[in-house]
Each structure stands twice: as structure tokens, then as C-alpha cells.
Design a protein around this ligand. Structure first.
Ligand code: 26V
Length: 824
């Protein structure tokens, strides 16, 4: 098995039990006689956290002492999910805990199930950040994450009468995984004005002053690596009024409302995660969040650096900062401000340091997601930063002008300022100009950003500033933790669990693909995972599904570009076809369960309509006695990380069917395949590289290629197309009221109609339906199916987040690991 936790593991189950009982009876002030599962979770978490903190202190001490370069991962989202199970596995104490609490009358699974998700993210981008933290810790890199400690994470989704309803997610009732650091606080200023003055040397300097101050308080979350004593830190900032509890002057004057208002305004900053995914709303509070978090983090990083008494020229040798999307881009003018206004470096020296420190990851090419901030808003909120951005732009444009004289078109194309009404700051451009590397998250995506949204910058900077790091997932959570039976089965074949740290070892599974005992067990595990999901579906929806049916799953944020609408149209087509068949014909049909899950952004009406159509189709199909088990349609409420851990291991097929060129990478595609599910997908994002690794005979690809998308859209726009006849039949049946009042769905039908269809549903529908027929045919050939599943898993090694992190460390951060010396 894996190595035990060095920095103070539970040496025996008795030792764990002692700690557990102590925490239940003292920290929680409960008696063991009425301790329930919540108590068991809390006691276990507190006992484990004591151990984690020892490792954490030890790691931080060594990092300080050794003073190597660190990477700081700035992300507005960390979608961590639950911590207990993952921490037990990473620390190698799960077996001890299992038997320890088992003897006290608790099942470890029930205890684990009591934990709430830390849902500080929307989807792919936030979960990627969480996987990267796991890999950074596991690979012993000195690394910190910086984010916001939202009081409310992503909303909880309830389905009421078939519609999404949002409920707030207050998750901080009991959170044993964070350590408040009331001694670590930073004053952050907003608003105010800029004054010029002469400094002591008679030099003209700018002073930003007179603004409103908000306090940032640090909360630290330990991030244990797998099979290592290394424990990194995630620092989340919480906002608080700077003037203490409330304004006493106002209070004493009887102005109670206003006495509290500045406090409330301050606390609002870290109150809630914006639930938008891929759409920029341009709200002031969001900009405040960004600056608050970025300024506090940079202050902290600079403070740490200054303790070493190194010269500023060494800052880039000690510090790498990764910008997760453009959300932290204000860090660029902020560092320039610190260096020039406060540390008194000259502009060019400062700018050289800035560009060597930062690098930027782009996660989307969708134009509506590219952040822009209006100049008047920035002027009001951050007047000094706006000046600095103008200066950055001026010097940049001067350098462009020198290289491409008289190319006015180029100048306006690459300017950070968009000449709109009002003017806007293009954050992606600022991020590119202030970074030494810009990366996309899958090969196709990294190529696309170079040829579309950022093509002019390739001309200006040359191609070397742009690179690719294909995303990855942590095999600890997304195989070992969520699918323990499969992980054990693989370990048995490979002679150990080393594949969890070196996923290239999975290749060794290929030779087991013809071993019938191995294959049978493989398929039994899949069935057991489907039974587990079927039980959950029964418990939560009341609908019984047959675990022997083909489980076809699409779980991800609801978005038109991800094309859940195409999936549900496909389901309707299947239903209509079944209805036309004779009972005899139906006997040869492969039974299917179509499973959907995902949240719609609260203001995204079309996405909500797609959910409504899915639930409406479910209501009809699931209650049609003629159809029975041949087709079931399930919408799983409130899809989140812990539900993903239940759902992902249970797929036969999962759907990754975005319009080619729109999904930057996708990461659930990787999770499903590494758990032995096959996928149906378009040639988009990481699907392409998955195909290359596992072989095209093991994946169901269909649809238009990215290079033809523009042409197809053009044809739609100029009325040169006709709707696919199968899709037309589907639309007609919706129109006819088969799934309830057709007017509910009119906007959705309109979006795929001739003249529109921006996401090319009609263009891809025919091949989508044909490909699903191939899936049915393949599913009944059990041996071949199993073989595909095993060969796929064997070739998924590339998609480990460890590989991605090693690429970042080597090609972008220039970062070395720091293996810990064990405690005495
Ligand atoms: C964008 C915005 C725009 C401004 C307002 C709020 C907000 C919040 C989140 C985002 C992020 C959108 C980008 C995103 O999530 N991209 C996803 O990143 C995954 C990890 O790289 C990738 O696998 C997905 O394909 C990509 O859609």
C-alpha cells in the first residue's frame, strides 16, 4: 500500500479513537452516547486536521528556510468539493480511521457523507484550480493558492415544477478545514484620488489617497499532497470593515442604519461567488472582488519577499504568479504600482520585473466571456490603476509602432483600450502584454487563440509567448477516491498503487484486456457503480432505472455551446422512433437511461429553458407504459463535485458534444474515460488528444470540424440551409405540444431554426443520431466494449494533472520541487 503520513500519522486505531473521542467530548461538547453521523464526521475531521496542521507548519517552515522560488496560483474559483475523504487518502490513514470509527459504531461512508461541498467555483475553471493544488502538493512544489473566501458558494439548484430555482449556499456553519488568521490582515483601498507631489529628492511622484479602506483577513486551508508529508497552503481572503464593528459616531448620534452600512458594504465584497460561467456582466462588485483579492495577495507575496532582504532584481527568481483566466489581471498594474509608486523603482526596471513574474492562462474563446471593464468605472474605483494601464498601453503601442510603422489598424487592434462608448479596458490584452507566457488549455484551443482572438499579438510578440498546456485531472480524487473498487482492481493487476503518482503505469493494463477473469471483474465493478447511481436516482427522484440499461450521461454547466439541447432533441428522436415501432421491433432495442445534470446561470434564460425541456421530456417518457424500461430520462438536481464522484464512475457513455472550436478543453471527458466509460464527442477541446491517446476505434466522434464552423454559420446567416429532417420532426413534435405547452419552448426552437442555429445543432444532428446508433450496436458486444474500456484507461496517463503541473513548472514557472526532510 501507499506510504503512511510522515508528519504524525495515527500510529494505531486506538490512537485515532482517543483523538476522536476527545474532540467529540470537548471540542464539540457532545457525549459519545448521543453522537450521530454528523458528530462522527466532525470528530474525525477535527482529529485529522490536528495532524494536517503539523505537516502544514513543518512544510511552511521548510519552505521559508530553504527560500526557493514559489509559484502563486491566483484564482477567483477553487471548486474543492469535500475534503475529509481526500485528506484521509492523501495522508494514508483511511484504513485506520475506518476500523477506528467502525468499532465505535459508525460507517466511514456515512461520516464522509455529512460533509458539505466547498463549492467556491462554477465549473471547469474552478475544479481545474483544485486539481492543480492537489498535484502541486503531491509533487512537492512550493506553491500557494490565493482566492476569495466566499460566504456563499455557487447556489444550490432545486427543480420546482420542472424549472431551476436557486437557493443560497451558506456553507460555513462548520468548516474544520480553514484556519482564521486574524493577525494577517491587509488594508485595501478603493476610490479616492491621485495627487502629484515632489518627493524628498525633488522627483515628481503620484500619490493615491483619500479612498475607502476595507480589511482583508486571511483564512488558510491546508492542502495535503498524496503520499508525501508536504502540505501546501490555500489562502482565502475575507472582507471586513476597517473601522471595527461599526461606526460609533453614527451609532451614538442615533443613526443606526448608517452605523452598520459601511460594515455591510465591506462584507459584501467576499459575500458571494458570481454564478456566471462564460459570460461577463461587468458589475462593479465583481471588479471590487477582483481588486480586493489581487491587492491582498500581492501585498502578502511582497511582504514575504521583503523579509528575505533580497534586491528587487531577484523577485522574478523567487516568485512566479499564474493568472487563472483574466480575473486577476489587475495584479499586473498593481505590482507595477507597488514597484514604482511605493518602492520607487523606475518604470522600465519595474515593468521588466512584472513581465517576468506573470503568466496567464486563457480558458475560453467565446467573445461574450472575454472580460472588459468600462473606463469610467475603473476611473472611479481605481484611479491610479487606470493611469498605470494607460501608461502600459502607451509604451506598448510605441513599441508596436516602432516595429510596424504606420500600421494604424494594428495599433487599434492591439490597444488595451477599446474605443467603444464608453471606452473599455480589454483585460485579456493587458494580461498578454504583462506576462511572459500565455497558454491555452488543449492543443486545438491553444492553436485557435493564436489564429483568432489573439492573432495580432502573435505578430507583435512572435509565437513564443504563446504555448499550450493541456489540462489534466488528479487521479487521486477522480479514480482512487471516487471509484475505489476500480482503483483496487487496477492496483491488483499492476502490483501496487504507484499508478496514482505515475499514471503512465496504467499502460500496463493493456495486457490484461484479454484476461477473462480481469475483464469480468472490470465489468462487474462498472455494474456495481451503476447500481449505486440507480439507488441514488430512486432515492432522490422516485424513478426506478434498470442498471443493465445503457447509462448515457451529460453532466456539466448548461450552455448552448455545450449543446445539451442537441442531446435532449436526440432523446426525443429516440422516443418518437420507439413509439413508431411494433412490440416485436422494440424487443431488439437497447434500453437506455439518459442522465442530465448541471446548473444554468441564473440570468441565462435559454439555459433554463433547456432544463425545462429535459424535465418535460422526462415527465412524458418516464410515464409512458408503452416505453417502460426502454428509455428513461433523468435530471439530477444540484450537480456538484460530490455528485460527480458518484455519477462519473457509473457511465457507459458520456457526452462531450460542444460545437467544434467552442469548448476550450473539457475535463469531465478525462474523468469519465479514466473510470472506464466510453465517450461520444465532437472534435473539440481535449477530445482530440484523448482520441490520439486511446485510439479512434475507442471513441465515438461525430460532427463538423472547427475549420468548417465559420462557413457553416455563414450559410445559415444567408439562408442557404434547410433544417435536418430528423431535427425537424423533433421540433414539430415539441411544437405540437407532445411535451406540454409549446410556447414554453419557442425561444429554444427559434434558436436552432433556419437563419440562426449559431451552435450548428442542425448541421451535426444527422451524424449525432447515426453515431448513437453505433453506440447501441457496440454496447451489446460486451467483450469488445470491455476491451475498449480497458484499453482507454490504459492510455489515459497523459491526462493526469501531475503531467500538466510538471509542464507548467518546467516551461513557464522555472520551478523546482522541494522534497521535505522528514520530521526528526
Ligand atoms: C468566466 C467569467 C466571465 C466573467 C464573469 C464571470 C466568469 C466566471 C467564470 C468564467 C470562466 C469561463 C471560462 C471557463 O470556465 N472555461 C473552462 O475552463 C476549463 C478549464 O480550463 C475548460 O476545461 C473548459 O473547456 C472551459 O470552458
Amino acid at each position: 500500500m501507499w506510504r503512511k503520513f510522515e508528519a504524525g500519522e495515527f500510529k494505531s486505531k486506538e490512537e485515532f479513537q482517543k483523538e476522536f473521542v476527545r474532540h467529540v467530548e470537548t471540542t464539540l461538547a457532545r457525549s459519545m452516547y448521543n453522537c450521530d453521523d454528523v458528530g462522527a464526521y466532525s470528530g474525525t475531521a477535527l482529529a485529522l486536521r490536528d495532524r494536517l496542521i503539523v505537516a502544514w507548519n513543518h512544510t511552511q517552515q521548510q519552505q521559508t528556510f530553504r527560500d526557493q522560488k514559489r509559484v502563486y496560483y491566483l484564482s477567483l474559483e477553487f471548486l474543492m468539493g469535500r475534503t475529509l475523504d481526500n485528506a484521509m487518502l492523501n495522508c494514508g490513514v483511511k484504513d485506520v480511521v475506518r476500523s477506528g470509527i467502525g468499532e465505535l459504531g459508525f460507517r466511514i461512508e456515512d461520516a464522509i457523507d455529512q460533509e458539505r461541498d466547498a463549492a467556491l467555483g462554477n465549473g471547469g475553471l474552478g475544479r481545474l484550480a483544485a486539481c492543480f493544488l492537489d498535484s502541486l502538493a503531491t509533487l512537492n512544489f512550493p506553491a500557494w493558492g490565493y482566492g476569495l473566501r466566499y460566504k456563499y458558494g455557487i447556489f444550490k439548484q432545486e427543480i420546482v415544477d420542472g424549472y431551476q430555482v436557486e437557493v443560497p449556499d451558506y456553507w460555513l456553519d462548520f468548516n474544520p478545514w480553514e484556519f482564521p488568521r486574524h493577525d494577517i490582515s491587509v488594508d485595501i483601498m478603493f476610490y479616492g484620488g491621485v495627487r502629484e507631489k515632489l518627493d524628498e529628492n525633488g522627483k515628481r511622484v503620484k500619490v493615491w489617497e483619500g479612498g475607502e479602506i476595507v480589511q482583508a483577513i486571511a483564512f488558510d486551508v491546508p492542502i495535503p499532497g498524496y503520499d508525501t508529508a508536504n502540505c501546501n497552503n490555500l489562502r482565502l481572503w475575507s472582507s471586513k470593515a476597517a473601522n471595527g464593528e461599526f461606526d460609533f459616531q453614527k451609532f451614538n448620534a442615533g443613526d443606526y442604519d448608517n452605523a452598520m452600512s459601511s460594515q455591510q458594504r465591506a462584507e459584501t465584497i467576499s459575500a458571494v461567488l458570481y454564478p456566471n460561467d462564460n459570460i461577463d456582466s461587468g458589475k462593479e462588485l465583481r471588479l471590487k472582488q477582483q481588486y480586493f483579492w489581487v491587492a491582498a495577495s500581492l501585498y502578502d507575496i511582497v511582504r514575504r519577499f521583503k523579509k528575505t532582504h533580497r534586491p528587487w532584481s531577484e523577485f522574478p527568481d523567487q516568485v512566479a504568479i499564474q493568472l487563472n483566466d483574466t480575473h486577476p489581471t489587475l495584479a499586473i498594474p498593481e505590482l507595477q504600482r507597488i514597484l514604482v509608486d511605493i518602492e520607487k523603482l523606475d518604470w522600465d526596471t519595474a515593468w521588466d520585473i512584472v513581465t517576468r513574474v506573470f503568466s496567464y492562462t486563457n480558458h475560453t474563446v467565446l467573445p461574450e466571456a472575454l472580460e472588459k471593464w468600462s473606463v469610467p468605472l475603473l476611473q472611479h474605483l481605481l484611479p491610479r490603476h487606470l493611469q498605470i494601464i494607460y501608461d502600459i498601453n502607451l509604451f506598448f503601442l510605441q513599441s508596436v509602432e516602432k516595429k510596424f510603422p504606420k500600421d494604424r489598424e494594428l495599433l487599434s487592434a492591439v490597444s488595451i483600450i477599446e474605443e467603444s462608448q464608453p471606452q473599455c479596458i480589454r483585460m485579456a490584452y493587458l494580461a498578454i502584454i504583462g506576462s511572459h507566457k500565455v497558454n491555452g488549455v488543449a492543443e486545438l484551443h491553444s492553436d485557435l487563440i493564436k489564429t483568432t482572438i489573439f492573432k495580432d499579438f502573435v505578430r507583435v510578440f512572435g509565437p513564443d509567448r504563446f504555448t499550450n498546456v493541456t489540462n489534466g485531472i488528479t487521479p487521486r480524487r477522480w479514480l482512487h477516491q471516487c471509484n475505489p473498487k476500480l482503483s483496487d482492481h487496477i492496483a491488483h493487476a499492476l502490483g501496487g498503487y504507484d499508478f496514482l503518482k505515475d499514471t503512465s503505469l496504467l499502460k500496463g493494463l493493456e495486457k490484461w484486456a484479454d484476461d477473462s477473469a480481469f475483464v469480468d471483474e472490470w465489468m462487474d465493478i462498472k455494474l456495481a457503480n451503476k447500481v449505486r447511481l440507480a439507488r441514488f436516482i430512486k432515492d432522490t427522484t422516485g424513478i426506478a432505472v434498470n442498471p443493465h440499461a445503457l447509462f448515457d450521461i451529460q453532466v456539466k454547466r448548461i450552455h448552448e455551446y455545450k449543446r445539451q439541447q442537441m442531446n435532449i432533441f436526440g432523446v426525443i428522436h429516440r422516443y418518437l422512433s420507439l413509439k413508431k415501432m411494433s412490440p416485436e421491433e422494440r424487443k431488439s432495442v437497447v434500453p437506455r437511461v439518459s442522465i442530465f445534470g448541471g446548473k444554468a446561470a441564473p440570468g441565462y434564460w435559454m439555459a433554463k429553458t433547456i432544463i425545462r425541456l429535459i424535465t418535460a421530456v422526462g415527465d412524458v417518457v418516464n410515464n409512458d407504459p408503452e416505453i417502460g424500461d426502454l428509455l428513461k430520462v433523468i435530471f439530477i438536481e444540484d450537480y456538484n463535485v460530490s455528485k460527480a464522484e458518484l455519477i462519473v464512475p457509473a457511465s457507459d457513455i458520456s457526452e462531450h458534444i460542444s460545437t467544434a472550436g467552442t469548448e476550450a478543453s473539457g475535463t469531465s471527458n478525462m474523468k469519465f474515460v479514466i473510470n472506464g466509460g466510453l465517450i461520444i464527442g465532437t472534435c473539440d477541446g481535449a477530445n482530440i488528444e484523448i482520441t490520439r491517446e486511446i485510439g479512434e476505434e475507442n471513441i465515438f466522434l461525430f460532427g463538423a470540424l472547427a475549420e468548417s464552423v465559420e462557413e457553416l454559420r455563414f450559410a445559415h446567416r444567408y439562408g442557404k440551409t434547410e433544417m435536418d429532417p430528423l431535427l425537424k420532426e423533433v421540433c414539430d413534435s415539441i411544437e405540437a405540444g407532445t411535451f406540454g405547452d409549446a410556447s414554453t419552448f419557442s425561444s429554444l426552437l427559434h434558436s436552432v431554426a433556419e437563419g440562426g442555429d449559431y451552435y450548428l445543432v442542425s448541421d451535426d444532428f444527422g451524424s449525432y443520431i447515426k453515431t448513437h446508433a453505433l453506440v447501441d450496436e457496440a454496447f451489446v458486444k460486451k467483450d469488445e466494449w470491455a476491451r475498449s474500456s480497458i484499453i482507454s484507461v490504459a492510455n489515459m496517463g497523459f491526462f493526469s494533472a501531475d503531467r500538466a503541473i510538471l509542464e507548467y513548472a518546467e516551461t513557464i514557472w522555472n520551478l523546482e520541487p522541494l522534497p521535505l526532510e522528514a520530521l526528526d
